[in-house]
Design a protein around this ligand. Structure first.
Ligand code: NAD
Ligand code: DAU
Length: 352
């Protein structure tokens, strides 16, 4: 049985955060898990219905930019660990509204670092601040090469610039104030509870509704996809066994050109929905490219595999099948999150 601990997870009502909360609440009954989330458009407590009544789970609605609220949580729950996922996470939104990304990802992260530093100033022994980041901080690759932990930062979008800044602040607090930290940079996640502004759930939702499938540019950009529950297991591994002050890259060794991935999804959906082969692919529509669109991301996840023994547990074929099945079985969830504000976002984003 694991020791008793009080762990704060920020952004736990979002896509990846909800998988991390579920994993920690169920796997570590001795831990008290405090999920702090501002419930922005991307936060949804429906994602956590199956664990919300667990005796070791607490939800706190608060903003990571609110220093007073954070101090209260650190004191009230005697926190000894933080897994920080709260962020503005969508590149397209960062292009239309960069300041929201500076506010949450930079100012919010530094406010959280300050709260941890203040609460732990007596003794940093046994404390850990885990910052969850992205491979996008490394910039864009051409046809070959992989991102290593030593790859120089070269962020290209307001989103990745804000995440890069937050990573720098975490390392600076480690160096200056000796705050014990670990950091990870992960590739694109996919799986259940993914907000349908992102490629895979957006395509699944549009295919089921017979709506155009908007592929940016020529669809030649490449992403390295990892099943979200494998990201959660990597976070668990790093949080518990990662070396203090280290960075770990996490990825699926699973590169796909967007257009090939959309065709693959169309084929799976044709089969699941009983449509004729090739029917869904007729919905593919090439649209104006994303401004400053990064061509390719690909992670070398050798360090986490060698040092901590982590690797992805399932293949993309299995993960994608499971993901599609989840969305088909949870159309209510999709309908719910795509009503209201989503419609305005969608109109503005794709009307160009
Ligand atoms: P998401 O957008 O689905 O969820 C973000 C969560 O943070 C939401 O619940 C939202 O309500 C909350 N939040 C936003 N602003 C907040 C604030 N000011 N205070 C408190 N809570 C706030 O994001 P995600 O895709 O689950 O990503 C989680 C983290 O993982 C992010 O830090 C992201 O940069 C990183 N990441 C994501 C991916 C990916 O493929 N999605 C890959 C690598 C790293
Ligand atoms: O690499 C990790 C990052 O992956 C995370 O840090 C981000 O939080 C996450 O959003 C994701 O960023 P991307 O920009 O790669 O993901 P997105 O799903 O927005 O887009 C994936 C690819 O698909 C990208 O090349 C843009 C393209 N795309 C996206 C959308 C939404 C389209 O062609 N059409 C679309 O409608």
């Amino acid at each position: 049985m694991s020791a008793q601990r009080n762990i704060l997870i920020t952004g736990g009502a979002g896509f990846i955060g909800s998988h991390v909360v579920r994993r920690f609440v169920t796997k570590y009954p001795n831990y008290r898990i405090i999920n702090l989330d501002a419930l922005t458009y991307a936060g949804n407590l429906e994602n956590l219905r199956d664990v919300e009544k667990a005796s070791n789970y607490v939800f706190v609605k608060a903003d990571i930019c609110d220093a007073e609220a954070l101090t209260k949580v650190f004191k009230g729950y005697a926190l000894d660990g933080v897994v920080h996922l709260a962020a503005e996470s969508h590149v397209d939104r960062s292009i239309t509204d960069p300041l929201s990304f500076v506010r949450t990802n930079v100012f919010g992260t530094v406010t959280l670092l300050n709260a941890a530093r203040e609460a732990w100033k007596g003794s940093m022994e046994g404390k850990r601040f885990y910052h969850v980041s992205t491979d996008e901080v490394y910039g864009s690759l051409h046809d070959d090469g992989l991102f290593l932990e030593t790859t120089p930062y070269d962020p290209q979008s307001p989103y990745s610039a804000s995440k890069a800044a937050s990573d720098h602040f975490v390392r600076a607090y480690g160096n200056t104030y000796k705050l014990p930290f670990v950091l990870s940079n992960c590739s694109n996640n996919y799986g259940s509870h993914h907000f349908p502004e992102k490629l895979i759930p957006l395509m699944i939702n549009n295919i089921r509704n017979n709506k155009p499938l908007p592929v940016y540019g020529k669809g030649e950009n490449v992403r390295d996809w990892l099943w979200v529950e494998d990201h959660a297991s990597a976070i668990d591994t790093i949080f518990h066994t990662g070396r203090n002050g280290e960075t770990y890259n996490i990825g699926g060794h699973n590169e796909w050109k967007n257009i090939d991935l959309v065709h693959l999804l169309c084929g799976i959906m044709d089969r699941k929905l009983g449509r004729a082969e090739g029917e869904s692919a007729k919905l593919i529509t090439y649209v104006t490219d994303r401004a400053g669109h990064d061509l390719r991301y690909a992670i070398d996840a050798g360090k986490i595999e060698r040092e901590l023994g982590w690797k992805p547990s399932i293949t993309f074929e299995v993960g994608l099948e499971r993901t599609v099945d989840w969305y088909i079985a949870n159309t209510e969830w999709l309908d719910h999150v795509t009503s209201g504000a989503y419609l305005h976002y969608y109109e503005a984003q794709y009307a160009r």
